[in-house]
Structures are given as structure tokens and as C-alpha cells.
Design a protein around this ligand. Sequence first.
Ligand SMILES: Nc1nc2c(c(=O)[nH]1)N[C@H]1C(S)=C(S)[C@@H](COP(=O)(O)O)O[C@H]1N2
Ligand SMILES: [Mo]
Length: 327
Amino acid sequence: MLIKKPADIRPSEITSQDNYLSRRKFMRAAALAGSSLVAGEVFSAAIPDKKRAKLSGVVSSEYSTDEARNSYDDITTYNNYYEFGVRKEDPYLNSQGFNPQPWSIEVSGEAEITGRFALEDFVNPYTLEERIYRLRCVEAWSMVIPWVGISLADVIKRFKPLSSAKYVVFETLLDKERMPGQRSRSLRWPYVEGLTIAEATNPLPILAVGVYGEVLPNQNGAPLRLIVPWKYGFKSIKGIVRMHFSDSRPATSWEIAAPHEYGFYANVNPEVDHPRWSQARERRIGSEQGSGLQSLFSATKQDTKIFNGYGEQVAHLYDGLDLRKNF
Ligand SMILES: Nc1nc2c(c(=O)[nH]1)N[C@H]1C(S)=C(S)[C@@H](COP(=O)(O)O)O[C@H]1N2
Ligand SMILES: [Mo]
């Protein structure tokens, strides 16, 4: 009864505010009763209520930071998502009509298990975790964001990559009608990103389906996006429709656009400047509030940390690698 794919759900169920509220109430009741529902089952029930639907069964994570979180408004109105425009407010303004369902993910390449999976089947086997991570954009701003997602390492294990799989490559939906930014040549479409297998199976990366305990808003990459907290934000690809196991390093969108500015590794590093600006410091979004003048001074900036502060968990991945050459 509770586990429904979008095709099984009548429009009346999706749009009725009464149903929406009662379903939310039910989910809370189920959680309180300690029911045998697993997180994924509740997740699929929450999907149709795309306007701020609560996710249930979310567990906390030892990897979360206790730094002050950015507000829901900061996180959902100041975005980079070129498929919906290039200004920070464009993704919020232009993605409201985007319907991220039904959705499926194609798994392909060097793995024992491949095929096309409905979003619900892709996500349901895993526990939803809240991961409060720092996000550092290559443009020298940062936020602290409470994502909800599943461990990428666990997902990868399930598809049993072959020893020939050296990289995991992700692609965003290609659809000029639904993603009007793709009519412009700001980037080569579809957006492509990738990680080495060692990076992808580190415990930190997640595939996010939510933020602040609720279903992911379109502007943040609904219904499924990658989060790699020690790398510049452009690695954290949104709106994923394909996961491909490859024996060779992919050409990624930003590397194709400007190879001297955006490398494949893109590890946050205060000592390796962008050719056009310093990466030594960053502006924490929201911290400038209260004084317009103050934001003009660098005093509101904070030092950027190597690997965005996640060196303890990931520095070993780059032993013997020259981080200046492999930027
Ligand atoms: N498909 C796609 N994914 C993307 C982008 C994009 O333009 N298209 N922008 C990236 C950049 S530059 C950043 S900083 C983060 C921003 O994520 P947020 O808007 O959820 O904070 O998304 C990344 N993922
Ligand atoms: Mo970014």
C-alpha cells in the first residue's frame, strides 16, 4: 500500500492537500510507532509530495559537522545549476515547473550488474542518512548543508564493478525542453562528472535525495545528485540519470570548458589558486548578513582548508600525487 511508483499514483492523490497532510501525519505516526518500515519505503511514499515533503527514517551520521548550518533559504535560492540558467537565482526561479518524476537511472559499463532502475528501486535498498557537510564552490564561497542521502560506496558495491572499472562517471538529464539552460552553449551537454573508484568508494560521498530532512528541491538537483564534500562544488553533479563504470578517465564538463581552470581532481586546496583568483579564503554565505558594508571587507572571509577540512578521511587517496599538477 505504501510502496508506490509514480505511475501507480492517481493525480488526485498527488495534488490533494488533505492527502498530503494525512500522508505526512501517517509517516510521522509510523516512525513514532517504531514500525518495521525501512527508510526507503517511506522515501518512495514521500516522493510525490514534491513541495517540501518530509523524509522519514533518516538516521544521523558520524561524518556530520556541528558547524552552524546555512538557512533553507540560502541553500535553495543561491545555486549553481546551469541547466536552469547561469545567475545564482536562476535555478530557483526557473526550475519550479520541472517534474523530476518518474525518474530512472541507467547503470552501465564495467560491472556485473547493469540496467535501468526506477529511482525508487535504486534508492530503497539503503538507509537514508543525514550528512551535514561543508560545500566549497570553486568560486570561493561556501555553505554548510544538511543533506539527506545514501552512501555512494554502498551503491557501488551493489552493482559489483569489475577490476577493469577504474572510474565512475555520472551524467545529468539531457532535455532542452525541461532544462532550458541547455539551449545555451554555456557548457557541453549533458553535464558529465566522474570520480576514481577509490574516491567513489570512500565513505564520504553520498547520492543526495534531500536537504533539511525534506525531499530535494529541483534547484538543488532533484531527484538525485552527487555530493563529494572535499572537492569543489562542480564535482557534485545534479539531476543524475546515468552511472557508468569506465576503464578510462572521462572528459568532464568543466574540464572541457576550461581545462586550465577546472581539473579532473578539483580537490579543495588553498595553496593552488584558480588562474583568475586566490583559493586561500572563502566567503561563507549568510555570514555577511546584518551589515552590507561589512561584506565589502575581507574580514568576513574565512580560511579555506585543504580537502575542505576532510583531509583525515581522504588525504591518503592522493599519496604520491602532485596536487599542483593534478589540480
Ligand atoms: N548538472 C549540474 N550539476 C551541478 C552544477 C550544474 O551547473 N549542473 N553546478 C555545480 C556547482 S558549480 C556547484 S557549486 C554545486 C551547487 O550545488 P547547490 O546549488 O545545491 O548548492 O552544484 C554542482 N552541480
Ligand atoms: Mo561551484
